[in-house]
Design a protein around this ligand. Structure first.
Ligand SMILES: [Zn+2]
Ligand SMILES: [Zn+2]
Length: 120
């Protein structure tokens, strides 16, 4: 539990713990990995244990991981490719609280679930 807490703090405060290559098991409270293709803008997600190597549509390796930014004011989660902070879609306020989007949030955002075979 303690390790979990440390990782969480690390993720929330720094977000730059440079954990991009960390085992996906360290991604907390999420059952999915969300991605968006920088080439064709396809939104997709995989199960938590799968990390996409390329886009399922155009096969480009230019895929960006998607994270959520949580707005305290209106509880709205804005999904976007990795960034330090982002403007809330609802109230246009700058938010920096990182949350990992769930499969349900990713689906609502327009992402489609892909299997390991599609992205490896
Ligand atoms: Zn693509
Ligand atoms: Zn807001």
């Amino acid at each position: 539990m303690r390790a979990l807490f440390v990782v969480l703090i690390c993720f929330v405060t720094a977000f730059g713990c440079k954990k991009e290559d960390a085992p996906q098991g360290e991604l907390l409270n999420s059952n999915a990995n969300g991605f968006v293709c920088r080439q064709c803008n396809t939104k997709f997600f995989t199960s938590r244990s799968v990390y996409a190597n390329h886009c399922p549509s155009c096969k480009s390796a230019e895929v960006a991981q998607v994270i959520g930014f949580f707005c305290d004011k209106d509880q709205h989660v804005t999904l976007t490719p990795k960034a330090k902070s982002v403007l809330c879609e609802k109230c246009n306020q700058l938010i920096g609280q990182v949350r990992l989007p769930s499969a349900a949030q990713l689906t609502a955002w327009g992402a489609v679930k892909k299997s390991e075979d599609d992205v490896k």
